[in-house]
Design a protein around this ligand. Structure first.
Ligand SMILES: Cc1cc2nc3c(=O)[nH]c(=O)nc-3n(C[C@H](O)[C@H](O)[C@H](O)COP(=O)(O)O)c2cc1C
Length: 320
């Protein structure tokens, strides 16, 4: 009987070792990074996997102003739990805690043995939805020039190559322009008077006119024709591969009279334009904001209702 128990225990032990080594170890050893949006901006984390286990979690970059103890506590809790789903957030720092957890989840996905081959989605995905919406690739929020350098390089440039911008660039450009930068409240990279969010970005490409859907980060088709030559009186609008057309939905501006509405719409557009200027400075792209536009003609061809008005246009492209 004693021999039988020893045998049974040995088998159990071997099964346990085999299972841990072959089946249960989910992660590949190494260091992996992940990023998410916190209360103030991006929160970047690094996860170390040793012998298939989460051995270290570090918040390597953040600008959170009220992180509480989350920067220290959440990594410790993750290591203890060996996952992110069983980890409680730190009270008073819920958003930062969640950002760390999301970042670590992203890093763990990279470390996961199941996803050893990184899937590159953009082109295939874009080609398959060409007839309708264009799903944009996720913007890379880790890249870019330091802000002071961008400001130093920011300028108007009116020379453009015909060369198309990639959808990676278009994705980042639109996210920088007015994408969602705070997942918890849906607010965006540009401020908005009374949070009216009345400015829509239309994107005139050679293949047609699209509207930027910031919630889904995709381009919805509007017109199946190239209207770039109508976006301004200056010749380069036909050459620049991307013409951003800013349209104010005046119905969304509920406070104030007509003059006030126009003032807010123009101001809000200005912030978006500057975001585009800064992204272009960072990426070495050409851009110019255009007020000299035949708005009546453009609004007609875009089939805009009366409450929607073109404020400004901004071509973007590679410099000549
Ligand atoms: C509201 C606004 C409207 C503009 N309209 C035009 C325009 O229609 N055509 C153009 O070539 N430049 C236009 N510009 C660009 C300005 O000419 C440019 O910003 C100015 O010369 C300063 O150059 P910088 O942007 O390189 O500092 C406009 C700029 C602003 C802010």
């Amino acid at each position: 009987m004693r021999k039988l128990s020893i045998c049974f225990l040995t088998v159990l032990f071997l099964l346990n070792v085999f299972c841990t080594e072959v089946f249960c170890e989910k992660y590949k050893d190494g260091k992996y990074k992940g990023i998410s949006t916190g209360y103030v901006g991006p929160v970047e984390v690094e996860v170390k996997i040793k012998s298939g286990k989460i051995s270290q979690v570090k918040v390597i970059n953040h600008a959170e102003n009220i992180p509480g103890t989350s920067i220290k506590d959440i990594p410790e809790r993750i290591i203890k739990a060996q996952n992110t789903k069983d980890v409680d957030t730190v009270s008073g720092a819920t958003i930062t805690s969640k950002a760390i957890l999301r970042g670590v989840t992203e890093a763990l996905k990279k470390a996961s043995k199941k996803s050893e081959k990184p899937k590159k989605k953009p082109l295939k995905k874009i080609e398959t939805v060409m007839e309708g919406s264009i799903v944009l690739p996720d913007p890379d929020l880790t890249k870019g020039m330091p802000l002071m350098k961008c400001l130093k390089n920011r300028k108007t440039s009116r020379s453009f190559k015909k060369k198309e911008l990639t959808f990676d660039i278009i994705s980042e450009l639109l996210w920088a322009a007015n994408g969602i930068n705070r997942i918890d409240n849906g607010k965006r990279t540009a401020p908005s008077a009374m949070n009216s969010q009345e400015i829509d970005i239309y994107v005139a490409l050679k293949r047609g006119l699209y509207k930027y859907n910031h919630k889904k980060h995709l381009l919805s088709p509007v017109l199946n024709k190239d209207i770039r030559e109508l976006t301004g009186y200056q010749k380069f609008t036909q050459i620049a591969p991307v013409n951003l057309i800013y349209v104010a939905n005046l119905n969304k501006l509920t406070g104030g009279d007509g003059t006030m509405k126009e003032f807010y719409a123009a101001t809000d557009t200005g912030f978006i334009c500057q975001n585009v200027y800064l992204y272009c400075a960072s990426e070495g792209l050409s851009t110019v904001v255009l007020g000299w536009v035949d708005r009546k003609k453009l609004e007609k061809v875009m089939k805009l209702p009366k409450n929607k008005k073109v404020t400004l246009v901004q071509p973007v492209g590679f410099p000549e």
